[in-house]
Design a protein around this ligand. Structure first.
Ligand SMILES: Cc1cc2nc3c(=O)[nH]c(=O)nc-3n(C[C@H](O)[C@H](O)[C@H](O)COP(=O)(O)OP(=O)(O)OC[C@H]3O[C@@H](n4cnc5c(N)ncnc54)[C@H](O)[C@@H]3O)c2cc1C
Length: 378
């Protein structure tokens, strides 16, 4: 696929790869062990103008569109899925609604600050009782004079503990169902806003939190776009986020494949490298084909997205394919490394723990199939 990148995209790919290798790789293991987000990466990427490659330059972005975002997340995904999570959410899901529907003031205050790494963004949709059925959210925002008073909680929020603001979905008119949901920005220093850390199986270098809104009063100017349109905005953001998410999955699948090829060539059993057994060689041949196919889907859908095409179906297909392929590759890597992969010191067990998240977030694999089948007219 690289041959199709233009000169600017190729330069960006080299720069992103260089950054990931030089700045991210040396600190991953420590961040994973400490279950901590290396905050300095946001600042460093912001200073370089790489933190939010998809947004216009006037707001501190790279003007490289979705293809540019995918290039960055593919490279970061090769090094650290967890670190990639926070950067990816800041650069897309959590800022997209402000970028598309926000006022100029909101763009300067939130989007531009997030692009520079001065503020960190989070996206708050999911709740304890509203996961796949996101329209079932219960967090309420009641208008009171010049403010919204927010009560409720959010679950599983990436960048939760480290965010400076979170764009949440809240019910502003219960009688209207999903058309009574609005998106509102809540600054993290708003009285009544608290958060607690959620412990996870993998992606330890990312922050995940439960958030609570207890009579949280925010100015009405923090409403993004129009009241009642929030659910639509969230779904639009999720389409773009599924493409970004796929880039990270494919990054992880590629490094897991390469590590497994290397191991299959070097590990000798029964007097020959284990990769000389046709069963192992064919399994890797097959999965490498699947990864390549997923990567083609990825850059095609990113291109469609950049053309302004409606690519809900293609984004769901790409997310379904890439997350499943990453999980399968991580499992193959574990089986082929066998005991060596199961050791805590092995990167293979990290790939395995990290990849298993991919069919869950940004809509589970079942939800992707629901979207695709609906788009097929079923
Ligand atoms: C690490 C992590 C980070 C996250 N980050 C964020 C974030 O930043 N912001 C945010 O808002 N959310 C975030 N999420 C939430 C994530 O999007 C949800 O976990 C996801 O949407 C699934 O919801 P659920 O976990 O409640 O599963 P459920 O919706 O309870 O689903 C359980 C199972 O039932 C299946 N299922 C449900 N409905 C159907 C159906 N109609 N047909 C077939 N099968 C169905 C699902 O596919 C799944 O297998 C994060 C989650 C995790 C784990």
């Amino acid at each position: 696929m690289d041959f199709a990148f233009d000169e600017v995209q190729t330069l960006f790919q080299n720069a992103a790869r260089d950054f990931a290798t030089r700045e991210v790789a040396p600190i991953v293991e420590e961040a994973e062990k400490k279950d901590d987000v290396p905050m300095e990466l946001f600042t460093k990427l912001g200073e370089l103008g790489y933190l939010c490659p998809g947004y216009p330059e006037e707001y501190g972005g790279g003007d490289l569109g979705k293809i540019g975002e995918c290039i960055l997340y593919e490279e970061l995904g090769k090094i650290s899925s967890g670190i990639c999570s926070g950067i990816m959410v800041n650069g897309g899901l959590a800022t997209k609604m402000v970028a598309d529907h926000g006022t100029e003031e909101q763009k300067q205050k939130y989007l531009a600050a997030a692009c520079r790494g001065e503020k960190i963004a989070a996206f708050g949709l999911t709740e304890a009782n509203a996961g796949s059925d996101a329209a079932a959210i219960e967090t309420k925002a009641v208008k009171d004079g010049d403010s919204y008073v927010i009560n409720g909680s959010k679950f599983f929020i990436t960048n939760g503990q480290i965010c400076s603001f979170v764009t949440i979905a809240a019910v502003t008119d219960k009688s209207k169902g999903s058309k009574g949901i609005s998106t509102i920005v809540v600054d993290a220093d708003t009285p009544g806003f608290t958060r607690t850390k959620m412990e996870k199986l993998g992606n330890h270098a990312s922050a995940t939190s439960e958030m609570y809104f207890d009579d949280c009063r925010v100015p009405v100017e923090n409403l993004v776009g129009e009241e009642g349109q929030g659910f639509k905005y969230m779904l639009q953001s999720l389409t773009g986020a599924r493409i970004s998410h796929s880039a990270r999955s494919i990054g992880l699948a590629q490094v897991a494949l390469q590590a497994t090829i290397d191991y299959a060539n070097e590990r000798v059993q029964f007097g020959k490298p284990i990769g000389k057994n046709q069963d192992i060689a064919f399994r890797l041949a097959r999965i490498s084909t699947e990864i390549e196919a997923a990567r083609w889907l990825l850059y095609r859908v990113a291109w469609l997205y950049d053309q302004g095409e409606d690519c809900r179906k293609e984004a769901a297909m790409t997310k379904l394919k890439s997350s499943e392929v990453a999980v399968r590759m991580a499992e193959e890597a574990m089986r082929i490394h066998a005991g060596a992969g199961y050791l805590a010191e092995s990167v293979i067990q990290r790939y395995y723990r990290d990849a298993i998240l991919y069919p869950i977030t940004e809509g589970t694999s079942e939800i992707q199939q629901l979207i695709i089948s609906r788009e097929l007219g079923l």
